[in-house]
Design a protein around this ligand. Structure first.
Ligand SMILES: NC(=O)c1ccc[n+]([C@@H]2O[C@H](COP(=O)([O-])OP(=O)(O)OC[C@H]3O[C@@H](n4cnc5c(N)ncnc54)[C@H](OP(=O)(O)O)[C@@H]3O)[C@@H](O)[C@H]2O)c1
Length: 277
């Protein structure tokens, strides 16, 4: 059972399990923060596994209006965790690099202390904690900088703006690991086939800045775009972002999950899948 099935990760998960009997629930089908609805969906569908890709992901809007984020990102995993515990169903839940403050000078491990700086990050950390408290058979998968096939994300925005304007300004002082959702979905399937419950970091390998990511995408797409590096303060987003949010994937590899391709190797697949849709 996949929740948030029409989101960019939800769609990749549904595709990754295409050979299974997938129950794909969109927001319209089920509100994950509605405990009664969640309980009745798990009772009705009797899933072997729940994958929760539903989340409130409007990072900047959360700063001004936190309630929807607390409702979905904290109450949601709590309701799902309780229902999964009741029927002893394993659950995969997704969290974010934004639970870290970004001050580390090395990639973050699962054992580093979270210290979210944004409302979004705080709601996602609360969701992790509530899931741990409710469902024993949980996988909490922290990931970063997602781009799915055919969905709106940083890369699709950059390509659109580059084509329209021929010049863009891109933040060059935040570092992370861009992650292609089909690669993540395949790694999640491998992890969820084990019984090694716990908290994991899963991203494409390697790291870059948003500026480097945009530049690589323009080069690959053959677009002649003037890309100007700017800093976070100049960009002026409402929510603070970590300067370094690279996630060390070692625990997943110790659990037998093959390392994911580098973010750069994943770009051609993203570009061709995006242009097909
Ligand atoms: N995007 C990133 O760069 C990124 C980075 C790190 C971690 N993550 C995490 O990865 C996961 C997937 O993110 P994503 O980028 O795929 O997000 P997304 O594209 O925004 O998809 C989220 C989905 O959840 C649905 N949803 C929102 N509130 C809901 C609710 N109360 N009940 C049921 N469904 C609800 C949304 O439907 P509506 O649009 O119809 O409301 C949407 O289809 C999230 O846990 C996110 O925190 C994302």
């Amino acid at each position: 059972m996949v929740t948030g099935a029409s989101g960019q990760l939800g769609r990749a998960l549904v595709e990754a399990y295409a050979d299974a009997d997938v129950v794909a629930l969109t927001h319209a089908d089920m509100d994950i923060a509605d405990e009664a609805a969640v309980r009745s969906a798990v009772r009705e569908h009797e899933p072997d596994l729940v994958l929760n890709a539903a989340a409130y992901t409007a990072v900047d809007l959360c700063e001004h209006d936190p309630e929807p984020a607390w409702r979905t990102n904290a109450t949601g995993p709590w309701a799902l965790g309780r229902a999964c515990a009741l029927w002893d169903v394993p659950i995969v839940h997704f969290s974010t690099d934004y639970i870290f403050d970004g001050t580390s000078d090395r990639p973050y491990t699962e054992f580093d202390a979270p210290n979210p700086q944004s409302v979004y990050g705080r709601t996602k950390l609360a969701g992790e904690q509530l899931l741990r408290q409710t469902a024993r058979r949980h996988f909490i998968v922290r990931t970063s900088w997602l781009h799915g096939a055919g969905s709106a994300n940083f890369l699709s925005t950059m390509l659109r703006l580059g084509r329209q304007r021929g010049e863009v300004r891109v933040v060059a002082d935040q570092r992370g690991s861009p992650t292609f959702t089909p690669d993540l979905a395949a790694a999640v399937r491998a992890l969820a086939a084990t019984d090694r419950y716990g908290t994991y970091h899963l991203t494409n390998a390697g790291a870059c800045t948003w500026f480097e990511l945009a530049t690589a995408a323009y080069e690959l797409a053959g677009l002649d775009v003037t890309c100007e590096p700017i800093d976070t303060a100049t960009f002026g987003a409402s929510a603070p972002r970590p300067a370094n949010s690279v996630l060390d994937n070692r625990m997943a590899q110790l659990a037998g999950v093959a390392p994911m391709p580098t973010w750069k190797d994943a770009l051609p697949a993203w570009l061709s899948s995006s242009q097909l849709r």
